[in-house]
Design a protein around this ligand. Structure first.
Ligand code: 7MF
Ligand code: ZN
Length: 874
C-alpha cells in the first residue's frame, strides 16, 4: 500500500472491469475480540461464477498487508505455502475446485488501527467501517461490491467490558462462555457485499422505539450511544421514523428486517455509514439536544439519518457493480434525502443551501486538478472519489431526470429500477435505462452527464420583435477542458424558465430542453417584452449567464414565483457589485456603497410578510469561497476586505432596520426547534452580525446578553462566533473562557469552540491553532478534532491560511506528512486547499507548490495522499 518513488501506485480503470471468477453464497464469521488482538475465523461457501468465461481463473482474495494469516483450508485440507501466493493486496490460490468451503483464520490488531478503516477501537468500543475497501483489513475476502453473500456473524467478547455485541441482521443466538466472555450470533438474510458488513462491541446505552410499516410489520428501532449521551437521541429517533414513513409514501419502499440499529461513535472518518440493519454514525451526525446543538446541526442530523435509511433500498437492496458506479447509490440517495428535507422543512431554503454548496465547493472541484466525471474513468485510491462531484453533482443529475420525466414518470422509473435489480449489483446505465424504458425517451445524450467532467457554461441572449410580439431566447453551451478530457460534446439539459411581465405576472413558464451547442426557442404573440427567469430552481448544474440589467434583477427579486430565482437574483446583484469593488480595491480606488442597494435591502428588511429565513438568505453576502470560485485569479485579501467593507457599510446604512429586525425576531418565548422559530433565529443572528460590524459597544453588550441568556445553542454559539470574528478581542476572550467552562464536558460543543477560533479571520490565527493543538481536549487521532482545528483553519480562514509568508501552507504540509501514516483518508481530505494553487497569483503558486513537493518527497506516501499530490503537481 505504501509507495516508494520508484514504485508508484497504479490507477485502476473502469474499462478493465471483469466479472468475478468466484461467488460466495454464504459467509460465516466468528470474531474473538480481545485487548491485544482479535481472531477472525471466516468460513466461505465458494463456487465458480457461471458468468465468468475465464476458465481456470485463480481464486483472488483481497487482504490488507496488516492481516496475519494463521490458517487457510479448502474443504478441510490445510493449504501449505506452495498452494497460494500473497502480495500487499491479494492472496491468490491458483487451483481450486468448482465449489468448495474455504476456511480462513486471521489475526488482526484493532487496538493499533489508527486509519479507522476495517475493525478499530473508538473510545474503548469496537466498531467497523468497511466502505469502500475496509473489509480486506478484517479478513481475506473478495472485497468487491459485485460479490454478494448472506452473512452469519458470531461476536465473542468479555461480558463486562463489552455487554453489547452487534452485527447485521437479526440476533439468532446468544450465550455465555465459561471464561467471562459471552457471544451473540447475528444472521442477515439479505445477500450483501462485504462493504456493508458491520460489527459493534461495547458498553452502550440504548434508546428504543418502534415503527409499524405500511403493510403492518413491526420494526424494532434502536439507537446506541455512550450513556452520557442517552438524552441526545430523541431527534434522531424522530427523524428515522419520519424517513421510514416518507420512503413508503413517496417511493413505496418499506423496511425489510425486524430490527434497525444506529450506533454513535466519536472516532469516525466520515459522517455515517449505511451498513445493513446496523448504521454507524459519527456522533456529530446523530446526537442533538437544544442546549448543545444548533439549528443547523439539528437539520444535519435529520438529513443524515434519512440518507443512511434511504440507502437500504438505494445502495443495499440494489448496490453498485464496481466503485466507478458510486454515484448510482450516492447521487440517487442524496437526491432522495434532499427531497425529504425539502418536504420536512422549507423547500426553497433547502434548495438555496444545496446550490450554494454546489456552486462554491463542487464547481471548485470541477475546476481543479482532481476534476472527474460523476462516473469516474479511473482512480488510484477509491476513497479519494467520495467527492462533491459524485454526491452533489450526482444528485443534480438525478434531479434533472426527475425534471425531464416529471414526478409520476420518475416514480414509475424508480419502481422499475428497484423491481428489476433487487438483489443485484448494477451500473448507472441500468438506472438511466429504467428511466428510458418507462418514459420511452432516448436518454443516450443525457448520459454524457455521467461521463463528461467540468461545469458547463450556458450563455443566453434574447431578442424581441415589437410588431409580432415574438420573443426569442438563444442558448450557447460549452464545457471547459478537464484533466484527460479536452473536447466535450453538448449536454442534454432541462432549463426551467418563466417569462415575467412588467407588472410581475407570468406570461409563460415551462422547461426547455437544450441538446445542441447552439439553440433558440421562440415565444409568439407576447403582449410585451418579458423579463426572463432562467434556470428556475437551478434546474441544471451549470453556470448560466444572461446580460441582466440591475432593473431586471430587481424585478425578479420582487416578483419571481420561483423562490430560488428570487434569491439568485439578489445574489447576482451582490456578486456583480462585489466584483466591481474588488477591481476598485486592486486599483487603489475608494470603495463606495451604491444607494440603490441600500434601498433594495431596506425594503426587504422592512417587508414583514416575507419568510425570515428567506430574508436572512437574501441579505447574507456571498461567501468569500464563492467569490473566489468565480474569480479568474483569486485575490484573497481583496475579497476579504471588500466583503468586510460591505458588511460595515450595510450595517451603518441600515442600522435602525437591523436593530428592528433583531428585536422583531427575539421573542420572549421558550426554545422550539420548528421551522418558523429556526427562521426567526437565522434572521436575528444575521442582524446581530451586522450590528456588531459597526464596531459599536452597545451592540457588543447586546451580543453578550444574548450569549448569557440564551436557552439554546444556536443563539449562544452565534453570539460567541460573531463577537470573536468581529474583532472584539477582550470580550471574545472572555466569552471563549466562559463557553469553555460551561461546555468542557460536551465534546461536540467543544468542537465548535475549537473551530470558531481556528476560523477567526483576525491576525494571529496560526499561533492560535498551534496553541489549540496543545489543548487537553484536542486529540490528533480523532477526525472530528482535526476537522475542527486543521480543516477549519485551512478551509474557512482564507486570509490567515494564505498568509503572504507561506506559513499556512507549511502548517498544513506538516499535518499531511504526519497524518499520511496515521490516517491516510483524513490526510488526503485535509489536503484539498493546497491543491488549488493554479487559481492564485504567481508568487503564491510557488509557495503552495513548494509544500506539495515537500509532501511528495517526504518518504513513503499512502495511495490516498500520493494520488492527490501527484495529480495536483501534474
Ligand atoms: C448525507 O454516503 C450525505 C452524504 C459513505 C461515507 C455517508 O452514506 C454515506 C457513506 C462520505 C461523504 C458523505 C456522506 C457519507 C460518506 C454523506 C452522509 C450523509 N456510504 Br465519505
Ligand atoms: Zn451515502
Amino acid at each position: 500500500m505504501m509507495s516508494q518513488q520508484n514504485q508508484q501506485p497504479q490507477p485502476i480503470y473502469l474499462k478493465d472491469y471483469q466479472v468475478p471468477a468466484y461467488l460466495i453464497a454464504r459467509t460465516e464469521l466468528r470474531f474473538e475480540l480481545d485487548e491485544e488482538e482479535t481472531l477472525v475465523r471466516a468460513t466461505l461457501q465458494v463456487r465458480r461464477n457461471p458468468a465468468c468465461t475465464r476458465s481456470r481463473a485463480a481464486l483472488e482474495l483481497h487482504g490488507h498487508e496488516s492481516l496475519e494469516l494463521c490458517r487457510l483450508s479448502i474443504n478441510g485440507e490445510i493449504l501449505s505455502e506452495r498452494d497460494f501466493s500473497r502480495d500487499e493486496e491479494l492472496l491468490t490460490v491458483s487451483a481450486v475446485p468448482e465449489a468448495f468451503t474455504l476456511e480462513c483464520l486471521t489475526r488482526i490488531h484493532p487496538e493499533q488501527n489508527t486509519a479507522l478503516e476495517g475493525l478499530y477501537k473508538s473510545d474503548g468500543m469496537f466498531c467497523t467501517q468497511c466502505e469502500a475497501e475496509g473489509f480486506r483489513r478484517i479478513t481475506f475476502y473478495p472485497d468487491r461490491p459485485d460479490v454478494m453473500s448472506v452473512f452469519r456473524t458470531t461476536v465473542v467478547a468479555d461480558r463486562t467490558r463489552y455487554p453489547v455485541l452487534l452485527s447485521n441482521g437479526n440476533p439468532v443466538e446468544s450465550g455465555y462462555e465459561n471464561d467471562g466472555r459471552h457471544f451473540v450470533t447475528w444472521e442477515d438474510p439479505f445477500p450483501k457485499p462485504a462493504y456493508l458488513f458491520a460489527l459493534v462491541a461495547g458498553d452502550l446505552a440504548v434508546l428504543e422505539g418502534s415503527y409499524t410499516t405500511a403493510s403492518g410489520r413491526a420494526v424494532k428501532l434502536q439507537i446506541y450511544a455512550d450513556s452520557k449521551d442517552l438524552d441526545k437521541l430523541d431527534h434522531a429517533m424522530l427523524s428515522l421514523k419520519r424517513a421510514m414513513q416518507w420512503d413508503e409514501q413517496v417511493y413505496g419502499r418499506e423496511y425489510d428486517l425486524d430490527i434497525y440499529m444506529i450506533v454513535a461513535v466519536d472516532f469516525f472518518n466520515m459522517g455515517a455509514m449505511e451498513n445493513k440493519g446496523l448504521n454507524i454514525f459519527n456522533t456529530s451526525c446523530v446526537l442533538a439536544s437544544p442546549q448543545t446543538t444548533t439549528d443547523a446541526a439539528f437539520q444535519r442530523v435529520e438529513g443524515v439519518v434519512a440518507h443512511e435509511y434511504f440507502h437500504n433500498w438505494s445502495g443495499n437492496r440494489v448496490t453498485c457493480r464496481d466503485w466507478f458506479q458510486l454515484s448510482l447509490k450516492e447521487g440517487f440517495t442524496v437526491f432522495r434525502d434532499a427531497e425529504f428535507s425539502a418536504d420536512m422543512n422549507s423547500r426553497t431554503v433547502k434548495r438555496i443551501e444545496d446550490v450554494s454548496l454546489l456552486r462554491t465547493a463542487q464547481f471548485a472541484e470541477d475546476a481543479g486538478p482532481m476534476a472527474h466525471p460523476v462516473r469516474p474513468e479511473s482512480f488510484i485510491e477509491i476513497s479519494n472519489f467520495y467527492t462533491l462531484t459524485v454526491y452533489e453533482k450526482g444528485a443534480e443529475v438525478v434531479r434533472m431526470l426527475h425534471s425531464l420525466l416529471g414526478a409520476e414518470e420518475f416514480r414509475r422509473g424508480t419502481d422499475l429500477y428497484f423491481e428489476r435489480h433487487d438483489g443485484q449489483a448494477v451500473t448507472t446505465d441500468e438506472f438511466v435505462q429504467a428511466m428510458a424504458d418507462v418514459s420511452g425517451r432516448d436518454l443516450t445524450q443525457f448520459k454524457r452527464w455521467y461521463s463528461q467532467a467540468g461545469t458547463p457554461r450556458v450563455e443566453v441572449s434574447d431578442s424581441w420583435d415589437e410588431v409580432t410580439g415574438r420573443y426569442q431566447l438563444s442558448f450557447r453551451q460549452s464545457c471547459p477542458a478537464t484533466p484527460g478530457q479536452q473536447e466535450k460534446l453538448p449536454f442534454h439539459m432541462p432549463i426551467a424558465y418563466g417569462l415575467l411581465a412588467a407588472g410581475g405576472e407570468e406570461l409563460a413558464a415551462g422547461v426547455l430542453e437544450l441538446t445542441e451547442a447552439e439553440q433558440s426557442f421562440s415565444f409568439e404573440a407576447l403582449p410585451e417584452r418579458p423579463v426572463p427567469s432562467l434556470l428556475r430552481g437551478f434546474s441544471a448544474p451549470v453556470k448560466l449567464n444572461y446580460g441582466y440589467s440591475d432593473e431586471q434583477l430587481l424585478h425578479l427579486l420582487r416578483h419571481d414565483s420561483d423562490g430560488f430565482n428570487r434569491w439568485d437574483a439578489g445574489q447576482r446583484i451582490s456578486v456583480a457589485l462585489m466584483q466591481s469593488l474588488i477591481a476598485d480595491y486592486r486599483g487603489g480606488r475608494e470603495l463606495l456603497l451604491p444607494d440603490s442597494l441600500v434601498d433594495t435591502w431596506r425594503s426587504l428588511l422592512n417587508d414583514v410578510s416575507l419568510d425570515p429565513a428567506m430574508v436572512a438568505h437574501l441579505l447574507r453576502l456571498p461567501s468569500e469561497a464563492y467569490l473566489a470560485e468565480l474569480a479568474d485569479v483569486i485575490d484573497v485579501e481583496a475579497i476579504h476586505e471588500v466583503r468586510e467593507f460591505l458588511l460595515k457599510a450595510l450595517a451603518k446604512a441600515l442600522l435602525p432596520e437591523w436593530s428592528a429586525a433583531y428585536s422583531r425576531c427575539s421573542r420572549e418565548e421558550p426554545y422550539t426547534p420548528d421551522a418558523a422559530a429556526c427562521a426567526r433565529r437565522s434572521l436575528k443572528n444575521l442582524s446581530l452580525g451586522y450590528l456588531l460590524a459597526t464596531g459599536e459597544e452597545v451592540w457588543l453588550t447586546l451580543a453578550e446578553e444574548q450569549f448569557n441568556n440564551a436557552d439554546n445553542m444556536t443563539d449562544q454559539q452565534s453570539a460567541l462566533a460573531l463577537v470573536v470574528h468581529s474583532g472584539f478581542r477582550q470580550a471574545g476572550e472572555r466569552l471563549l473562557a466562559e463557553f469553555q467552562a460551561q461546555w468542557q464536558h460536551e465534546a461536540l460543543v467543544m468542537n465548535q469552540w475549537f473551530s470558531i477560533q481556528a476560523s477567526d479571520p483576525w491576525p494571529g490565527a496560526l499561533e492560535r491553532v498551534q496553541w489549540l493543538q496543545e489543548h487537553p481536549l484536542f486529540d490528533a487521532r480523532n477526525p472530528n478534532k482535526l476537522r475542527a482545528v486543521v480543516a477549519a483553519f485551512c478551509g474557512q480562514n482564507a486570509v490567515n491560511f494564505h498568509a503572504a509568508d507561506g506559513s499556512g501552507y507549511a502548517y498544513l504540509a506538516d499535518w499531511i506528512i504526519q497524518l499520511n501514516k496515521q490516517n491516510p483518508q483524513i490526510a488526503s481530505r485535509l489536503l484539498t486547499p493546497l491543491t488549488r494553487w493554479k487559481r492564485y497569483p504567481d508568487q503564491v503558486q510557488g509557495l503552495m507548490k513548494n509544500q506539495l513537493t515537500r509532501i511528495l518527497d517526504s518518504g513513503e506516501l499512502s495511495r490516498d495522499v500520493y494520488e492527490v499530490v501527484s495529480k495536483s503537481l501534474a
